[in-house]
Design a protein around this ligand. Structure first.
Ligand SMILES: C[S@@+](CC[C@H](N)C(=O)[O-])C[C@H]1O[C@@H](n2cnc3c(N)ncnc32)[C@H](O)[C@@H]1O
Length: 310
């Protein structure tokens, strides 16, 4: 089955990267290759390294981007390991990097992956299907405190306490195996008023589980630590986030690298040794137009931040 994905803030990303046709670029979240295709079209002697932790994304883009095989390398891995991936390819620094965080529409829409509360499937939610931890392990194995922490922090779910109690009660009888089973437990645990909300009652819990299964914030932190050091001077990094916690990490990491020295202002000379390594290009994040949101409602919460290596 062919699951489509509309690339978010496509023009804005491509414009923001200021692509040099002979340059080396990284698309750290290949997905179905929408952003990559636009980068590839603009390269002649250049090279694009496309990374994704989902083997299905790698297989799909090997086909769809096949005509650019002379300037495209697809790598199965996590962008948290950007330094290791570039080292292995014997590439030092690159001209630009793009990260379009989160899940792709093909992942959400493929019921067998377990990301959706609308279709029944085993509780999986792994982007990398070779990884060990699944949503089933978390739902049936994490203790009460840990489950609540995830739901509050990653899902901003204010009914975390009642949802977690319901999960624990149910799993004492038998393990919770499927997405619809979990969605039903969540709906029953919610107060009646919350069931009248526009969004599905399971949305926030499912988001929280997905973030935990894939250690999405941990991988983002590792990437933010290493990626700017692999940019050539004037090389740009563009990051699209969909969650306030992600956007905050990106904003703070960019700001810290723009500021450089971390010494207290009173110190007469710098003792920390940190120097400015990034210049922030987007003082405020770029967000999708009303038109884009109308055509692709999943773009609604997107925020694009761009910085340039100094
Ligand atoms: C929003 S989609 C990207 C869509 C893509 N820009 C396009 O236009 O088709 C996010 C993709 O990033 C991948 N992904 C998420 N976290 C990742 C990570 N830490 N390392 C590598 N890939 C990751 C997901 O598997 C998914 O395919």
């Amino acid at each position: 089955m062919d699951y489509k994905h509309s690339s978010v803030l496509l023009e804005e990303c491509i414009k923001g990267l200021e692509i040099n046709p002979g340059g080396v670029y990284v698309d750290g979240t290949l997905g179905r290759g929408g952003h990559s295709l636009e980068i590839l079209k603009r390269l002649d002697t250049g090279l694009l390294i496309g990374i994704d932790r989902d083997p299905k994304a790698i297989a799909a883009t090997r086909d769809t981007l096949g005509e650019y095989a002379d300037r495209f390398i697809a790598v199965h891995g996590s962008f948290g390991n950007i330094a290791g991936i570039l080292d292995k390819l014997q590439i030092g620094k690159v001209d630009g990097m793009l990260f379009d965080l989160g899940v792709s529409s093909p992942q959400l829409d493929d019921p067998s992956r377990g990301f959706s509360y609308m279709a029944d499937a085993p509780l999986d939610m792994r982007m990398d299907t070779s990884a060990a931890l699944t949503a089933r392990d978390i739902v049936n194995g994490y203790d009460e405190k840990e489950l609540k922490r995830i739901l509050y922090k990653y899902g901003e779910e204010r009914h975390a306490t009642s949802i977690v109690s319901a999960i624990i009660k149910k799993r004492k009888i038998q393990p919770i195996e499927t997405t619809l089973e979990l969605a039903e437990i969540i709906s029953r645990a919610m107060p009646a008023a919350s069931l009248r909300e526009k969004q599905h009652p399971a949305k926030r819990t499912f988001q929280a589980l997905r973030i935990e299964v894939n250690d999405e914030l941990g991988e983002l932190e590792k990437m933010l630590e290493d990626a700017p050091d692999r940019l050539k001077p004037k090389g740009r990094i563009a990051i699209i986030s969909f969650h306030s916690l992600e956007d905050r990490l990106v904003k703070l990491a960019f700001r810290e690298r723009e500021k450089g020295c971390k010494c207290p202002p009173k110190l007469p000379v710098c003792a920390c040794g940190f120097v400015q390594t990034l210049k922030v290009i987007t003082k405020n994040p770029i967000t999708p137009s009303e038109d884009e949101i109308k055509n692709n409602p999943r773009a609604r919460s997107a925020k694009l931040r761009i910085a340039e290596r100094v």
